[in-house]
Structures are given as structure tokens and as C-alpha cells.
Design a binder for this molecule. Structure first.
Ligand code: AP5
Ligand code: MG
Length: 233
């Protein structure tokens, strides 16, 4: 089993490309953003605190995120690999992951961790984040400017009304970008020596980004012939 990590600035296309990786490699998509939003909606005391951090554009504390991820990675659907979208996001998280994979995890990697680093210029990001809409039912991601649904405000797949994320607000986006620069960008250097870093130009059209990503990953992961069995978050 080989984990795939998606690294990139908010709006780089991690969630969009993760769904395509699921379809190709038949491994589950683990988005820490989605997992934390789910805990937030549970209404627990921890959920309230997590929601507070996320709405401000701050990172959730490392101990909380590592605990959530550690529990999720022990589930049987991670046996053949998984896609980590938005984790790790700090050096302590990255160091925790390396230690966990080598000492604590039920499923150990058979080769180097594959890190897909999606690069996009900052000029594109505001348009991407302010225009993003997603389906609360199936999770499909749209964009009013670059990837609109067939009918405005409605999911193509299940006709559910699309929603906007609370943190896709100009002031919060600024905070998210500055958290990325300060705490996540150093991971690029970290994974040059602790993984197989694949740098992909995320500014190209979605299909082109996927093609380049698959071409870079295929030498490391066999494309399964059979359909997926279970998975999801
Ligand atoms: P998270 O949900 O992970 O948000 P993020 O990192 O800010 O990234 P986004 O989801 O905004 O962007 P994306 O790269 O997935 O882009 P997408 O594919 O949607 O985290 C949210 C919060 O949770 C954090 O701020 C933090 O508080 C907390 N958190 C999460 N993980 C944490 C961790 N590990 N540690 C601590 N705290 C954590 O695409 C964006 C838009 O662009 C869409 O509209 C899409 O349609 C469009 N688009 C995508 N690709 C293209 C393309 N190639 N061309 C044109 N448009 C495109
Ligand atoms: Mg995302």
C-alpha cells in the first residue's frame, strides 16, 4: 500500500483532483477539512472549538488533527492505500505521520509516500475560492467561473442545491493563505527528503492537471482492474 498526499495552497484543486484519484486507484479520500467540518456539525464542545478555528482561517491544533487522522487510518479500507487531502499541514504533523506510518499504523507503506504538490499562482486563487460551490449531498465541487453546473446553483448529479463554504470569504481567505505560507509551505522541502515529491502545475484546466498527475503517479501505483469496494470518508 502506498499513501498519496495532496499538498497545495487553499484553492489549488486538492479536493477536485482527489475525487479523480479515487476513481482511478480505488482508494479512499481522506480530507481533514471535511472530517473537521463533520466534527464541527456534531455540536460537541470539541466541534465548537474546531469551528471557531476554521471560521477564522486558523489551523486546528496539531494534536487534535493527528488524533482524528490516526483513528481514520486504522480503518480496513486504508489497507490498499489512501489519499490524504490537506494533511499534513505543519512540520509537527508531517513528523507525526512519518513516525505513525513506521511504528503505529496497521498498514505500512510498501514504498516512498507519494506527495502531489499542486502549484497555482495567487492571482487565480480568489476567483477559485469565491466562486466555489459544492454539493452537500455528494460532495461534488463546482465553480461559478471555471466549472459551473449545468443549471445555476444545482448539482448536476443529484439536483441538490449547492452551498458555499463559510471560510470562502475574502477576509478568511487572507488568513488561510497566510497560514499556508507560514506553516505549510515548509513541507515542500520536508517531503523532498521524506517522500516522492511530484510537482504538478495546478493552473491548467482540470482534465489536463489530472492527466499529468496520473502520468506522474502511475509508475508507483498499479491501476486496479476491478471496481472499488467500499471506501469514502
Ligand atoms: P480544507 O477544507 O482542506 O481547505 P483548504 O486547504 O483551504 O483547501 P480548499 O479545500 O479550500 O481548496 P482545494 O485545494 O481543495 O481546492 P478545490 O478542489 O476545492 O481546510 C479547511 C480548514 O480546515 C483549514 O483552514 C483549517 O482550519 C482546517 N484544517 C484542515 N486540515 C487541517 C490540518 N491538517 N491541520 C490543521 N487544520 C486543518 O478547488 C477550489 C475551486 O477551484 C473549486 O471551485 C474548483 O471547481 C476550482 N478548480 C479546481 N481546480 C481547477 C482548475 N484546474 N482550473 C480551474 N478551476 C479549478
Ligand atoms: Mg479541499
Amino acid at each position: 500500500m502506498v499513501p498519496i498526499l495532496l499538498l497545495g495552497v487553499p484553492g489549488a484543486g486538492k479536493g477536485t483532483q482527489a475525487k479523480r484519484l479515487v476513481a482511478r486507484y480505488h482508494i479512499p479520500h481522506l480530507s481533514t477539512g471535511d472530517m473537521l467540518r463533520e466534527i464541527e456539525t456534531s455540536g460537541s464542545a470539541q466541534g465548537v472549538q474546531i469551528g471557531h478555528d476554521m471560521h477564522q482561517g486558523n489551523l486546528v491544533p496539531d494534536t487534535v488533527v493527528c488524533q482524528v487522522v490516526g483513528k481514520r487510518l486504522q480503518r480496513p479500507d486504508c489497507r490498499n492505500g489512501y489519499i490524504l487531502d490537506g494533511f499534513p499541514r505543519t512540520l509537527p504533523q508531517a513528523e507525526w505521520l512519518i513516525g505513525f506510518l513506521h511504528n503505529g499504523a496497521s498498514f505500512r507503506p510498501a514504498g516512498p509516500i507519494i506527495v502531489v504538490y499542486l502549484t497555482v499562482g495567487y492571482n487565480d486563487l480568489y476567483r477559485r475560492l469565491l466562486g466555489r460551490r459544492s454539493c452537500p449531498e455528494c460532495g461534488r465541487i463546482y465553480n461559478d467561473f471555471t466549472q459551473p453546473p449545468r443549471q445555476a446553483g444545482v448539482c448536476d448529479l443529484d439536483q441538490t442545491a449547492l452551498v458555499q463554504r463559510h471560510d470562502d470569504d475574502p477576509a478568511v481567505i487572507r488568513e488561510r493563505l497566510s497560514a499556508y505560507e507560514e506553516r505549510t509551505l515548509p513541507l515542500v522541502q520536508f517531503f523532498r527528503s521524506h517522500g516522492q515529491l511530484l510537482e504538478i502545475n495546478g493552473a491548467e484546466p482540470v482534465n489536463r492537471v489530472s492527466e499529468r498527475m496520473f502520468a506522474a503517479i502511475d509508475p508507483f501505483i498499479a491501476v486496479p482492474a476491478c471496481p472499488p469496494t467500499g471506501g469514502g470518508q
